[in-house]
Design a protein around this ligand. Structure first.
Ligand code: GLU
Length: 289
């Protein structure tokens, strides 16, 4: 097997201790397998993109000793690939236009009392737009047992999600005309030949959707490993929204040793080379076989 892994930051701000954990885990997994590690800039959500953030992320990764093995891919340049996948799904009858506004979806959910009502789209436009203009495009998820997607996460263990009750038909093209993250990530991973996805557990909830989309597109499903997210003292996930401090480029070792500890790897090192020489076999011992 030729291992190909990736780190896929959204350029919405600088890297912080939480994103460093995801970057490091994906990097160590690639190195431990003797594989390639590729950075992808996930700027599909243009309104959230912060000018200059992508270059800053790449420069910070370099200071931390992590260099993409290939020229980083940018989602903002991949519209044609998303369009082609969208057309394949459309031709196969998997998708339909949806005219619901957020308000209408919220109102209909109040009346269904479904268990995961706050999450699942109730399928209002499955059988037509009822005269409303098309806003988004959704992928039809199966009903009954076929809605269950199971996979074994290399860190978190066996996972199951019921796409019908927990998610509902999900958007591939958003009402604002942008491609949805779920479509972009699946198309990018397959086009880059990604074999192993290593990322934060905040994305565990998206994985079943991505696996289902891979099945609809008839492409292979990669292996998944979701690392525990890093929380702040208040128990919130570290993020720009919760005020996570940007990484200090001038003190990479301390932050790397701390990130490794979060991954269950206890090393002390006096240089970046020494750090990676110790951390890579320690990761391999836990996660490769
Ligand atoms: N761009 C996503 C994020 O920064 C990661 C997506 C992924 O790894 O699949 O949260």
């Amino acid at each position: 097997m030729t291992y190909r892994g990736r780190f896929a930051p959204s350029p919405t701000g600088p890297l912080h201790a939480g994103s460093l954990v995801s970057a490091l885990a994906s990097f160590l997994d690639a190195r431990a397998h003797g594989g390639s590690w590729i950075v992808r800039i996930e700027d599909v959500d243009a309104p959230r993109t912060v000018p200059g953030a992508a270059d800053e992320i790449l420069a910070t990764l370099a200071h931390f000793g992590m260099h993409s093995d290939e020229t980083p891919v940018r989602q903002s340049e991949r519209g044609d690939a998303y369009q082609a996948a969208f057309e394949r799904l459309q031709a196969a009858g998997f998708i339909y236009p949806c005219g619901c506004t957020r308000r209408e979806i919220a109102d209909s959910l109040v009346h269904t009392h479904a268990r995961h009502a706050t999450l699942a789209y109730p399928g209002t436009c499955r059988n037509g737009l009822h005269g409303k203009p098309a806003r988004a495009w959704r992928l039809r998820v199966p009903d009954g047992d076929a809605a269950l997607v199971t996979f074994v996460d290399r860190w978190q263990g066996p996972q199951t999600q019921n796409l019908a009750t927990e998610v509902g038909d999900f958007a591939l093209k958003r009402a604002d005309g942008l491609w949805a993250y779920q479509l972009a990530v699946v198309v990018d991973d397959v086009d880059a030949g990604i074999t192993h996805i290593v990322r934060g557990a905040d994305l565990l909830d998206s994985t079943a959707r991505q696996i289902y989309l891979q099945r609809c597109l008839k492409v292979p499903t990669p292996a998944y490993l979701h690392v525990d997210v890093v929380n702040n003292d208040a128990g919130e996930k570290l993020s720009k929204q919760t005020g996570a401090a940007p990484l200090d480029r001038h003190a990479p070792l301390d932050a790397l040793v701390e990130a490794a500890r979060h991954l269950g790897i206890h090393v002390s090192a006096g240089s970046l080379d020494a750090f990676y020489s110790a951390a890579t076999p320690a990761w391999a011992k836990r996660f490769t076989r």
